[in-house]
Each structure stands twice: as C-alpha cells, then as structure tokens.
Design a protein around this ligand. Structure first.
Ligand code: BES
Ligand code: MN
Ligand code: ZN
Length: 501
C-alpha cells in the first residue's frame, strides 16, 4: 500500500475518512462536512452507540449533500489514552482493515486537527500511517495467480497545518517500518530459500550500504575459534552454520550495547525429532535473528547515536548421520562443557556461543538477546506478551517501557539462582534441559545466564509472538516483526534519540 501525505484542501470526491473523538467531538474537517450535510456525521457517530470503542468506524454510502462515494467516520481516542502514539497506530490498522473489507481502492484521510490529543498533528499522522502500513503488509512474493491486487492500494493523508513536520515524522516512521517489513519477510521465507548462507548474504546486502560493518564467520572460522555449541547444532545439516557479526558505531562510548539473535533457519528437533504436525512452523525459528538484524537496519538508517555490536548464530537443526546425538558432550566457546540431553533444545546452544563470543571479543556493557526459545513461554504467556528475563532491574524496566510504548509487550519472569540447579549437568558443567516440564522457559534462560558472564543482560523469549496464527491489533496473520520496534524504542530510551529538536 502506498501512503502519501498532501496538504489541504480536502478532495471532494472518492472515499474519505474523517475523525471524531470518543466523546463525540468532531475534527475540524468532520465538522465542516457535518454542516454541509445537515448533521449526517453526528448521526453516524451516534450510531456507534453509547460507549463506543476508540477505533470503531461508521460507514456512509453516497452521503446526502456531499459528493463522496463513501464516507468513513472513525473514532479516535482522546485525553489520556490519546497520549499514546500506539493508540493511533491501532486506529490506522483498524481503518485499513475496514477499507480492505469494503474493497476501497484509494482512501483519503482527513486531518484529525480539531481533536485534542497529547500529540502534535504530525505525530498522530505518523502513528496512524505506521499502523495502517503494518496492517496492510503481506507476504505475497510467491503468489503467481491472477489475483486482484490487495486493497486499499493507496492511503492519502491530508494534513491541515503541519505539512513539513508531518513529512519529517512520516519519513522517520517509514524508515522504521521498512525495517519491520524486512524482518517480517525474513521470518516468513521458507527454509529452502533462507538458510544460513543465504541469510548471511541478505544481511550483508542490506546493511553494508547503510554503513554497518558486517563480518560473516563461516563454519571453518567457527571451528578455529571453538564455537562448538553453534557448530554442534548445525552439524547434521548439508547447509553449514555461520555467525554474522554487525557493528554500528553511531556514538563513541567505552563499551558497546550487544544484541544477539537465535537464527535457527529450520528446527526439526534434530535426532530428538519433533512430531510432523506443525513442524513447518519451525521455518520461523530464526525470528530472533531477523528481529536483531531488522533493529540494526532501523538504527543505522536513522543514524542512531549508539555504539552497537550485534550477532546472529545461523544454523539448521537437522537429523542425519552427522547430527549430534543425545548424550553428546560439547565444549562451548566459553570453555564450559554441556551435555546435550535433547537435541531439540538447540537454541540455547546457539545463543550460548554467540553471547560468549560477544562478551569476550567486545566487552559489552549491556547485552540483550531475542529468541524463539521455548514452547513453554506460550503456555505461560500465550501470544500477547513475550517472556522477559533479566539480571538487571533497570534494563528490564527500560525494555518493559519500550514494549508498552510500541505495543510489543513483555512480561518479566524470574531468574533466581535457585533455578540454576535445574541445568547443572551430571557428567558436564551444564545440561541443556531441566526436569520434565518444570519451568521450561526459565530453564532456558537459566542455561543462558552464565554465558552473559556478569554483564547486564536480558533475554526475550519471543516464541509466542513472532508469528500470528490469527489477526492481531496491528498485524494480519503471519510474521509480526516483533522486536524491531521494541529494540528501536529501547535504544532511544537508553541512549537518547539524536533528534535535533
Ligand atoms: N524452537 C523451539 C521452541 C518453539 C516451540 C518455538 C514452539 C515456537 C513454537 C525450541 O528450539 C525447542 O524446540 N524447544 C523445546 C525445548 C525442550 C526440548 C526443552 C520446547 O520448547 O519443547
Ligand atoms: Mn528446538
Ligand atoms: Zn528451536
């Protein structure tokens, strides 16, 4: 969908959307039309009921006294709820959903000016456009049929007073949502297309032109370095594993921020094979890595003032004659030994080596990893929130706040020392599973903790939120891009946003 921004005057034909507040106030544009149409818009608002929900839309076909084909009246949140840009993102998504259902081709959206928000008109429009864009995104590259193009094809936002400011904000929003689109595409790509080498190539192609230093460490190099846990996960596949390290130096600081992503391009479970049903979902077991590279793209594209090192461990977890076996003992990059009691608990092996590598090579002050690590986090939190684990309260609070602000919400789970007992090995330092079904997600985090080697560290288990099996507020079914906007906002909160104003 194309989104464009134009100044007034408002076009007089076609399909138009105008806004009213949940308290019944009309925007300036809505008020003018209401007068021209003898109170039609107020009646439409009244039709939405006594206590209408923000985002609801009333629809008028060939409104009397006006030359529009269709007029949509949408309620926007006002007052306190309005202070959150996220509320306008949701409204934008909802309006696009309505326009889709009505098969509207080009929708003109009148400025919300005249309604009282905690945000400027430019900010409201940018948030609205973001929601509309995220909701309209589709993974359609493999459809070859003669299908009609998805509608709406075009969204035309009309600004009343702040054309320049709105343009600037929209350009900023565009940079961020382009990164989300990229992440969603990577997540949605099937494993025959996206495997470690092709994933690494896409990262190089996309990030180098933005000024990001990208280094791909192929399997032979990983062997020299001793990243044996990452290698063990990939050793059953015909497609060798690799690690991609990215550096964005947007600020001079003594120690960088480190981001780490789990990039298991396909997770069959390995010799501890998963059941056939639903196994195709494991093509998106690289969503943590996709979110991390998407965040790096967003940060570099907006020249974020942060010293950042990011790394993704890419591997395919396959069963074969060369695959690792349950019971194998590996020596990780950090030197700790691990008994692999279940080859399906592979994500933590990948992360352990990548985390330790960044700690030892870059001495980060803070580290955040994202991973589709456990099915258990879906049992605990469902699909509404990702699991958050942290060794540092301030870091946890900043991530939680960022999540609230962008609508990618987290819920903190415990990581007490006591849980470390569960991953103590019998014949090696650690084992990669705990006790039966006890605290599965915490066990995953407890396994990772020693590899952060005392750094302020947070782990986001995104297994429940990376892929939507039903429509969500901002996104349709499929890859959600969870983590990109969250990390971008987190970096703004922690390191400032570098805006001139
Ligand atoms: N990639 C899976 C976790 C997962 C499951 C993500 C379902 C999304 C949906 C992970 O590698 C895995 O298999 N975890 C095991 C761990 C267990 C063997 C300790 C799990 O959750 O069952
Ligand atoms: Mn697995
Ligand atoms: Zn996995």
């Amino acid at each position: 969908m194309d989104i464009e921004l134009v100044g007034e005057p408002l076009p007089q034909e076609g399909d138009l959307a105008v806004f009213a507040g949940t308290d019944g106030t009309l925007s300036t544009a809505a008020r003018a039309l209401d007068e021209a149409a003898g109170g039609l818009i107020r009646r439409a608002v009244a039709m939405l009921g006594e206590r209408p929900r923000p985002g609801s839309v009333a629809e008028l076909v060939f409104p009397r006294g006006l030359s529009y084909d269709r007029l949509l009246v949408q309620l926007l949140p006002g007052g306190d709820e309005g202070a959150q840009a996220h509320a306008f993102e949701r409204a934008g998504a909802q309006l696009v959903k309505k326009a889709e259902a009505l098969r509207i081709d080009t929708l003109t959206v009148a400025s919300p000016e005249g309604l009282a928000f905690g945000l400027s008109e430019a900010e409201v429009l940018a948030a609205f456009a973001t929601g509309a864009h995220l909701r309209a995104w589709r993974f359609a590259k493999y459809r070859t049929g003669e299908e009609e193009p998805p509608r709406p094809q075009r969204l035309r936002l009309v600004t009343a007073s702040e054309l320049e400011a709105a343009r600037e904000r929209l350009a900023e929003a565009h940079t961020l949502w382009a990164a989300c689109d990229w992440t969603r595409e990577l997540v949605a790509e099937p494993a025959n297309v996206l495997y470690p080498a092709s994933f690494a190539r896409r990262i190089e192609e996309e990030l180098r032109p933005l000024g990001v230093e990208v280094e791909v460490l192929a399997a032979e190099r990983l062997r020299e370095l001793g990243l044996n846990a990452l290698l063990a996960v990939g050793q059953g596949s015909a497609r060798p594993p690799c690690m991609v390290v990215m550096r964005w130096r947007g600020a001079k600081r003594p120690r960088p921020l480190a981001l780490v992503g789990k990039g298991v391009c396909f997770d069959t479970g390995g010799i501890s094979l998963k059941p056939a049903q639903g196994m195709h979902d494991m093509k998106w077991d690289m969503a943590g890595a996709a979110a991390v590279v998407g965040a790096v793209r967003a940060l570099a594209a907006r020249r974020a003032p942060v010293d950042l090192v990011a790394a993704v461990g890419l591997a395919e977890n396959m069963p074969s004659g060369s695959a690792q076996r349950p019971g194998d003992i590996i020596t990780t990059y950090a030197g700790k030994t691990v008994e692999v009691l279940n080859t399906d608990a592979e994500g933590r092996l990948v992360l352990a080596d990548v985390m330790a590598y960044l700690v030892r090579q870059y001495d980060p002050e803070t580290m955040v990893d994202l991973a589709t690590l456990t099915g258990a986090v879906i049992v605990a939190l469902g699909k509404e929130r990702a699991g958050l684990f942290a060794t540092d309260d301030e870091l946890a609070a900043q991530l939680e706040q960022a999540g609230e602000e962008v609508g990618e919400r987290l819920w903190r789970l415990p990581l007490d020392e006591a849980y470390r007992e569960l991953v103590k090995g019998e014949e090696a330092d650690l084992k990669n599973i705990g006790r039966g079904r006890e605290a599965g997600s915490i066990v995953g985090a407890a396994f990772l903790a020693p590899f952060a080697e005392g750094r302020a560290w947070a782990h986001l288990d995104i297994a429940g939120v990376a892929w939507a099996d039903r429509e969500r507020a901002l996104v349709g079914k499929g890859a959600t891009g969870f983590g990109v906007r969250l990390l971008d906002r987190f970096v703004r909160l922690r390191y400032g946003d570098g805006r001139r104003d």
